[in-house]
Design a protein around this ligand. Structure first.
Ligand SMILES: Cc1ncc(COP(=O)(O)O)c(C=O)c1O
Length: 453
């Protein structure tokens, strides 16, 4: 085993990789299997791997593995590489920054990149009011900080999250996350003063309108928590890991109005939905809402680890100097990547591209649903679409079928992700730069995988 830096010439990914699915071995191939055996011996088991294919290069709509197989990417590393993997503008910005300096710790000596990312997020997020931003490393860390800020601002402690929510794997975010296995089971005790309210889930809540679902949630909150104790509501405008659940229209605005009237900070967790993914720069825009705080990560920096809390200046500025930060928060490489990434979303109008992908996916998925009653629901927005698989007779979630479909797709060279509280949702998160041709081919693989399952 070598631990010296590699002297091999750098492998080049990005959009110049041939944009076609090509399998030259079984999936996973022998080199991936060998690496996976080393992974099992070296990496903690809790760090699971969905598809044990080891990547050599990626770009556009494909991922090439160490055996030379090229897979179609319907995952984007869980909604991260919207601008594409190794996007040239991002790679160049990171190289330039790495040659200048890699770290100072922003809270010791500052640099322009951090300030510029904050300015960009303040301008880009919904709401024409004075804003401030703080940068962090991961989505979970940013969620934690949004809650810290809301508590400091309101002087209150309780936080309400929703059924099916996913906010991360740190202690506070595990408490906010709904699903026990695999995210929480055995990892307690969890942070206190976290409460849960019912969501709007149109496919499964008997057709409640957004206003009715919000009234139900508010009633639970008022009875079980009390606005006087409540610092913040945190909600994903479209739920991610919980099953790509799009709440009924009116649900989010009603919650926001109630929060405003009750001195409760409304936090939108846009970690998965942000940055053009849903066909708007932020999913909150679809409902016309202006959250007090917006949490972002994933798509922000083309694959570099960065996250942010952006929001009303009077709330963001309430925490004392030194109360927010961390050694690596707003790392200069990640900031350089974010500036290039955000510019790419704007320059190439990737929100419009996400809307085009929605048309393509929705059309094909609806046609599949008509032919196959095991597809109970087709939902989502932009390039964040999903199907919910059920037993057609009872409507019960069919997680086993979902697993079989994903496995068949993987074997055929399509990276496909599942999600959902009941494990029965297949989600589609292609890079926004994927070609129509590859997207269609991936959907053909899905069709065949369903038929074979
Ligand atoms: C909505 C949402 N919030 C928070 C997180 C946690 O982000 P991270 O994995 O970067 O900590 C995720 C990750 O999937 C997410 O989808």
């Amino acid at each position: 085993m070598s631990i010296a830096p590699s002297t091999e010439p750098a492998v080049v990914g990005g959009p110049s990789l041939p944009q076609r699915r090509e399998l030259v071995t079984e999936i996973p191939g022998p080199r991936s299997r060998a690496l996976h055996a080393r992974k099992s011996a070296a990496v903690a088991s809790g760090v699971g791997v969905t598809l044990p294919v080891y990547v050599e290069a990626a770009g556009g709509g494909v991922v090439r593995d160490v055996d030379g197989n090229t897979l179609i990417d319907f995952g984007s590393g869980i909604a991260v590489t919207g601008v594409g993997n190794a996007a040239p503008a991002v790679a160049e910005a990171v190289q330039r920054q790495a040659a200048a300096f890699t770290h100072t710790c922003f809270t010791i000596t500052g640099y322009a990149g951090y300030v510029e990312v904050a300015e960009a997020l303040n301008a880009l997020t919904p709401g024409d009011f004075d804003k401030r931003t703080a940068l962090f490393n991961s989505g979970a860390e940013a969620v934690e900080n949004a809650v810290k800020i809301a508590r400091h601002h309101t002087g209150k402690q309780a936080v309400v999250a929703f059924d099916h929510a996913y906010h991360g794997r740190t202690n506070l975010t595990m408490a906010l996350t709904a699903k026990s296995m695999p995210y929480k089971s055995g990892f307690g005790p969890f942070a206190p003063e976290v409460y849960r309210a019912p969501l709007s889930y149109p496919y499964r809540d008997g057709g409640l309108s957004g206003a009715e679902a919000a009234a139900r949630a508010i009633s639970v909150i008022e009875k079980q928590v009390g606005a006087d104790n409540l610092a913040a509501l945190i909600v994903e405008p479209i739920q991610g890991e919980g099953g790509f659940i799009v709440p009924a229209p009116g649900f989010l605005p009603a919650l926001l109005a109630w929060a405003r009237a009750n001195d409760v900070v409304f936090i939108a967790d846009e970690v998965q939905t942000g940055f053009a993914r849903t066909g708007a720069m932020f999913a909150s825009e679809h409902e016309g809402i202006e959250p007090d705080l917006i949490v972002t990560a994933k798509g922000i920096a083309g694959g570099l680890p960065l996250s942010a809390v952006t929001g009303r200046a009077e709330i963001m500025d309430s925490a004392h100097p030194g109360g927010l930060g961390g050694t690596y928060t707003g790392n200069p490489l990640a900031c350089a990547a974010a500036l290039a990434t955000i510019e790419t979303y704007r320059r190439d109008d990737l929100a419009e591209r996400a809307r085009e992908l929605e048309t393509l996916f929705r059309g094909r998925l609806n046609a599949l649903r008509t032919a196959d009653p095991r597809i109970g629901d087709v939902r989502g927005r932009g390039a964040m679409m999903a199907i919910e698989l059920v037993d057609p007779a009872a409507g019960a979630p069919d997680a086993a079928l979902t697993g079989r479909v994903a496995a068949a797709a993987h074997a055929a060279g399509l990276i496909l992700l599942t999600c959902g509280t009941y494990g029965n949702v297949i989600r589609f998160l292609p890079p926004l730069v994927i070609s129509d041709e590859l997207a269609r081919e991936g959907l053909d693989v899905l069709r065949d995988s369903l038929a074979a399952s």
